[in-house]
Design a protein around this ligand. Structure first.
Ligand code: NAD
Ligand code: LMR
Length: 329
């Protein structure tokens, strides 16, 4: 192997998403089958032993692309020289916890991680925040990394995007490979808006092809937006393999580009496009090329979509105001 290994830092590495994610990164699915990786696993001290167990299993797979594995409980060391950072570890909401408590607890994680990225990550660092509330956690980390371009901090709505593709493909009776240009707007929460008005089914407008407003309003949108809760209800634990798969897709697309004529959904820092206040980390339709993303411009937004985008963006603004009040940004 002659290429310089890419350093990938994964936080929450001993958690359930971490377990589903690490083996796919190590096998080359994140960055490519010819790209060696150095893995940095960041955990809290109590979970380091479990992370060591996962690292033993990674060793036992004898992945040729893995050039090293470090297990750390220190953010400064974990992000030093990192090219890709997957921020998965977060404080889950527990019984009796208010939204403000959750934001504050996560601020205690994402503020120092943002600072550590600012201090030591590689110049080409790309950050994906998976840990919830993902958009606002990304905002907290980004606001503590003033030397890193803001566009390098993204949050994950690819799972929502993939969920929407799956639902639409079932409704239309086509393969997901026949679908393009679907968009998730807003927050990774129940207010998100999966938009099929610009999507295409085998090259034809999806909303017109489906032609079923009742299904769109009462089935498709709530099914996608509440899918996370439905998985928790069914599995007794939040989505893990599908979340890991979406994280792989998100970074792979960011690095390798979107297909000609298609786009994806990523929560990225707003430049004011589509009326989303500048600075909020909100999901948009984006194209990617040469490791950079761009918000798709010029889409016509009908009244139905406008109301839903505005509602989700309003929630993001409220979360931003709450963390600002807590002194976290
Ligand atoms: N954006 C999405 O689409 C999406 C989808 C599914 C889950 N999630 C979120 O992803 C997060 C992780 O989910 P999970 O199922 O793997 O949870 P988990 O509880 O199984 O694992 C989380 C891990 O993070 C670790 N951790 C906690 N604080 C840490 C810190 N400061 N530094 C490093 N590690 C730390 C914990 O020790 C634990 O091992 C949750 O917040 C979940 O809600 C997001
Ligand atoms: O962890 C959760 O609350 C749900 C998760 O964000 C999901 O969308 O599956």
């Amino acid at each position: 192997m002659t290429r310089t290994p890419v350093t990938v830092t994964i936080t929450g590495a001993a958690g359930q998403i971490g377990y589903a994610l690490l083996f796919r990164i190590a096998s080359g699915q994140l960055l490519g089958a010819d790209v060696p990786v150095r893995l940095r696993l960041l955990e809290i001290p109590q979970a380091v032993k479990a992370a060591e167990g996962t690292a033993m299993e990674l060793d036992d797979c004898a992945f040729p692309l893995v050039s090293g594995i470090d297990i750390l409980d220190d953010a400064a060391k974990a992000f030093e020289g990192a090219n890709v950072a997957l921020l998965v570890g977060a404080r889950p909401r527990t019984k009796g916890m208010e939204r403000g408590d959750l934001l504050e607890a996560n601020g205690g994680i994402f503020k120092p991680q943002g600072e550590a990225i600012n201090a030591g990550a590689a110049d080409d660092i790309k950050v994906l925040v998976v840990g919830n509330p993902a958009n606002t956690n990304a905002l907290i980390a980004q606001s503590h990394a003033p030397d890193v371009p803001a566009e390098r901090f993204t949050a994950m709505t690819r799972l929502d995007h993939n969920r929407a593709l799956a639902q639409l493909s079932k409704k239309a009776g086509v393969s997901v490979a026949d679908l393009r240009r679907l968009t998730i707007w807003g927050n990774h929460s129940a207010t998100q808006y999966p938009d099929i008005f610009h999507a295409e089914i085998a090259g034809k407008n999806a909303a017109e092809t489906v032609n079923d407003q009742g299904w769109l309003e009462n089935d498709f949108i709530p099914t996608v937006a509440k899918r996370g809760a439905a998985i928790i209800e069914a599995r007794g634990a939040s989505s893990a393999a599908s979340a890991a798969s979406a994280a792989i897709d998100h970074v792979h697309t960011w690095v390798n580009g979107t297909a000609e004529g298609d786009w994806t959904s990523m929560a990225v820092v707003s430049d004011g496009s589509y009326g989303v206040p500048e600075g909020l980390i909100s999901s948009f339709p984006v194209t990617t090329k040469d490791g950079k993303w761009e918000i798709v411009q010029g889409l016509e937004i009908n009244d139905f979509s406008r109301a839903r985008i505005d509602a989700s963006v309003r929630e993001l603004a409220e979360e931003r105001d709450a963390v600002r009040k807590l002194g976290l940004i």
